[in-house]
Design a protein around this ligand. Structure first.
Ligand SMILES: [Mn+2]
Length: 321
């Protein structure tokens, strides 16, 4: 629930700011990126203020065609001593996920956070948080409505892109809100099909690598857990996520848990976990990560072999329950 007090503080701080920075988690996904870009444009449209949008890590290739994509600047390209009056950090989960833009947050006079992650760690002076939102963009949309801001078609497309990516095309919606917002956006002229085909533009090498990883999937616990691997040699071919791998595994009969291990560096393994109606966030937490109930992840600094054993040991306890 967005309160009048939150609206008032936000309004006062934005009005008084000359330098506003927006960012989300490192390696932004569709929701992280589009939440930042939609709020940036809303502030420009409704307050006439210029904002700076920054990121760390990589943005997946399939978001190349998203509106305003070019407005995001790599954090190292910003001049070191740029003052920050207000920093708005979005869709980040825990502080460690913020990465490079953390330095802007640390020297900001006021920090606003907007998030929907279950593993949420409060870092801001003003916290706008809703664990029931299927995407951070949903909170931005609600905030916009409550504030009575005007929006435009570009903002509508950004909202839809965020909702579609974070809900996996509405599969992971948590209540009717994502659908209600989407319905309003469709009424205003946003075309779901066009946004989805805009997102279907991964490089060939990514799909080929993801398909090969699926072919080599290993199965455990009477086929209830499917585990796929992308080794360090193949890792450069994917956009950092390997979402297609997890989506394909989730289509297999009988599979309840999906695990993807990505060897980002020889001793650094990215772990993506998905559960079909089965929580996986506590396993991510046990590995030092976090996320959502049915979609979570972690990064562990150890060999691929050791991480695989660790993950399977954790699941063994869970599967037996
Ligand atoms: Mn999100």
């Amino acid at each position: 629930m967005i309160t009048q007090e939150q609206l008032d503080i936000f309004d006062e701080k934005i009005r008084g700011a000359n330098s506003i920075f927006l960012f989300a988690h490192k390696n932004p996904d569709g929701d992280a990126m589009c939440s930042v870009l939609s709020l940036a444009r809303l502030i420009e449209l409704n307050y006439g203020k210029d904002v700076t949008c920054v990121y760390d890590g990589n943005i997946p290739d399939n978001l190349d065609d998203a509106p305003l994509r070019k407005r995001l600047r790599f954090f190292e390209k910003i001049e070191e001593d740029t003052p920050v009056d207000v920093a708005i950090v979005m869709d980040y989960g825990i502080a460690r996920n913020i990465g490079g833009p953390m330095k802007f947050m640390e020297r900001a006079k006021f920090v606003i956070e907007i998030d929907h992650h279950q593993s949420h760690e409060k870092v801001g002076d003003l916290c706008i948080y809703d664990a029931d939102a299927a995407a951070t963009a949903e909170i931005v949309y609600e905030f916009m409505r409550r504030a009575g801001w005007e929006m435009d078609f570009v903002i509508g497309r950004l909202f839809m892109t965020a909702i579609i990516t974070d809900t996996g095309c509405f599969k992971y919606e948590k209540n009717g809100n994502a659908l209600r917002i989407a319905a309003d956006l469709v009424d205003s002229g946003v075309e779901i099909q066009r946004i989805i085909s805009g997102l279907n533009n991964k490089p060939r090498k990514t799909i080929v690598t993801e398909a090969a990883s699926v072919s080599a999937t290993e199965f455990y616990f009477k086929n209830r857990l499917a585990l796929a691997i992308i080794d360090n040699k193949q890792y450069k071919n994917i956009d950092g996520r390997g979402e297609t791998v997890l989506n394909l595994l989730a289509q297999m009969h009988g599979v309840e848990y999906m695990v993807l291990l990505k060897e980002q560096k020889p001793d650094q393994i990215g772990i993506s976990l998905r559960g079909r109606g089965r929580p996986v966030n506590m396993i991510a937490a046990a590995l030092g990560g976090g996320g959502h109930e049915f979609a979570a992840g972690a990064v562990v600094h150890d060999s691929l072999e050791n991480v695989k054993k660790k993950v399977l040991d954790l699941f063994a306890k869970e599967v037996r329950k």
